[in-house]
Design a binder for this molecule. Structure first.
Ligand SMILES: O=P(O)(O)OC[C@H]1O[C@H](O)[C@H](O)[C@@H](O)[C@@H]1O
Length: 566
């Protein structure tokens, strides 16, 4: 434990955590989790007993690394140069961590991830990829995710145009569960391969399964070494390890006890080389704990500020690699001095990411036990999907769609919400006026996730945090719907949601059937309806939401909002 945790500052919470660990030891919680005893969480095994295979996947899957590596070699021999992975949430976040952390090894395939339905984003991928040398991964556990299916239909049709029908299917592979309806589609369209994943684990617990390992091997990551590192961590978390030295027991108890004591904002400070781990752990914690009016809010994108900008609702988690220049170490010390609880985990090298995947999965399962929730389901995600499907149906039938009445139109912005104001800036101020420390502000941006927008949205977060002393998060739609979307609708309801939408400059059709350009719905319509579906889902759930629609440049609109707050 000491090697793993560089520093632990629990302030006056040490006794609370010691007690929680003692209680857990007496109730043999780690033993029961490893024995896959569903009663740890609920009295009903539904969506628990068939969701625990991640506990051993790093061992079980070692037999399959050879097959995965052989497949990658086959692709390299055939001259493939790049891979476009199409998937949402648990089917794409771990591959993104591997790509952003390890980069691409010489001679291996470059990996791009597509998890945005923004037409501009899809167009830029289409322009950049070389059809001859690109492999497409359709990655979906359920086989029913609308974004993933739409990406498949679009890129397959695109490839038929470029290479012909006989060639197109050879450029596609599928990663899915054995029961998925996509298996038949893969056969129909002559995909080159289908990897069937272990169905007994959820997407956010799948980093060490086919969903993570196949793309990792493609960029030249040594997947056997990854699994070894995960197994090292598994050993450290066995039930025979005293609970106080068991990192998963400790972390799980820490996350949950802090949340129960109003420190429910798990704020990650990650060094740039492992920054993307934040996006993965965000889905894991938010989707696993944000339900039954409870939840831990992962804060993964905020810049590190001075102590005065933080309320006493935080737990800070610092993660770094040895010898990384920690320019912000002084700021961390100030946080400790100001009374904030801070822990610092140190990874030996990039391959330790695999150990961290396992550690946080088990810690989240432990936290779920302490919070008395089922950490393996996502009961509220379906709500916005359902409303979006209804809107799409109406639109396809040519029926009118219910849209909220615009409140204000000014400065190329249209504002929607249940407040009274004369201009967008006043609307934002009025909207946020009841927001107080302990709440959080979530920016939900259904826009092209390019660098310029990202910088501005992060700036908006900083300004909001510093003005209101609240935790802030930012997520791109529809990506966040598969990550933090569950928490937004399932937690206690103290979030303030700022939805940002934009007028697409281009549009791209979603083929009704793969292979033909006939199309009823475009990506532009889909992203609009996804935003609308979630807007209504949040409203129905009595959440506080405002929408700013940018008629022109998103960057100009966001910049105006930032200035109005300063
Ligand atoms: O892998 P898929 O079945 O396509 O699912 C992708 C994502 O969809 C849903 O929104 C779930 O809430 C996520 O947990 C999941 O990761």
């Amino acid at each position: 434990m000491k090697k793993l945790m560089k520093n632990i500052h629990l302030q006056n919470y040490q006794g609370l955590i010691d007690n929680a660990l003692l209680e857990m030891e007496n109730a043999q919680i780690m033993e029961r989790i490893w024995e896959k005893d569903f009663t740890v969480w609920k009295n009903n095994p539904e969506e628990i007993s068939n969701r625990l295979a991640w506990l051993e996947i790093a061992q079980v899957i070692t037999d399959e690394t050879k097959e995965i590596n052989n497949f990658v070699n086959e692709l390299l021999m055939e001259g493939y140069k790049q891979v476009l992975l199409m998937g949402m949430g648990g089917s794409s976040l771990a591959p993104e961590v591997y790509r952003k952390t390890f980069g691409v090894k010489d001679g291996y395939l470059d990996l791009w991830i597509l998890d945005s339905t923004d037409p501009g984003m899809i167009q830029s991928y289409t322009r950049r990829l070389d059809p001859q040398n690109t492999l497409f991964i359709v990655s979906t556990k359920s086989g029913g995710t609308i974004e993933t299916l739409s990406f498949f239909k679009y890129f397959y049709t695109f490839l038929v145009d470029k290479l012909g029908e006989a060639e197109a299917g050879k450029h596609f592979i599928l990663i899915t569960d054995p029961e998925s309806s996509l298996i038949e589609i893969a056969q129909t369209y002559h995909f080159r391969k289908t990897f069937l994943n272990n169905p007994d684990l959820g997407g956010r617990y799948s980093a060490l399964s086919h969903f993570g390992l196949v793309p990792a091997a493609m960029i030249g990551v040594d997947i056997s070494l990854l699994l070894e590192r995960a197994q090292v961590m598994m050993k450290k978390c066995q039930p025979n390890i005293p609970y106080k030295d068991n990192p998963a027991a400790f972390l799980g108890a820490l996350l949950a006890e802090m949340a129960k004591n109003w420190r429910d904002k798990a704020t990650y400070i990650l060094t740039p080389d492992i920054q993307s781990f934040g996006d993965w752990v965000e889905q894991l914690i938010a989707e696993s704990t944000g339900k039954e009016k409870k939840g831990i809010l992962p804060v993964v994108k905020e810049s590190l500020g001075d102590p005065m900008f933080y309320f006493k609702d935080r737990l800070f988690i610092v993660m770094s690699l040895p010898l990384t220049e920690l320019s912000w170490i002084g700021k961390i010390n100030n946080l400790v001095l100001s009374g904030q609880p801070v822990i610092h985990l140190e990874l030996k090298d990039y391959y330790d990411i695999a150990g961290q995947f396992f550690l946080w999965e088990l810690a989240t399962a432990v936290a779920g036990y302490r919070l008395e929730i089922n950490p393996f389901n996502q009961p509220n995600v379906e709500i916005s999907k359902k409303i979006t499907r209804q809107i799409i149906k109406k639109y396809s039938e040519g029926s009118p769609i219910d849209e909220p009445e615009p409140l204000i139109k000014k400065d190329e912005m249209i504002v929607y919400g249940d407040i009274e104001a004369d201009d967008p800036y006043e609307a934002l101020r009025v909207f946020l006026s009841p927001c107080h420390p302990g709440d959080y502000i979530a920016i939900q941006a259904y826009v092209n996730p390019n660098r310029e927008t990202e910088c501005l949205l992060l700036r908006l977060c900083s300004v909001l945090r510093d003005s209101f002393q609240v935790a802030t998060t930012v997520g791109y739609g529809p990506r966040f719907l598969h990550s933090t979307g569950q928490l937004h609708k399932g937690d206690a309801g103290n979030g303030y949601f700022i939805q940002l939408t934009s007028e697409p400059k281009v549009d791209i059709p979603i083929p009704d059937e793969a292979g033909s350009w006939q199309s009823q719905v475009s990506f532009g319509a889909l992203i609009k309806f996804q935003a609308l579906g979630d807007y209504y889902a949040l409203q129905n759930g009595k959440r506080t939401i405002i929408r700013f629609h940018f008629e022109n440049e998103v960057s100009v609109g966001v910049d105006r909002l930032i200035r109005s707050l300063q």
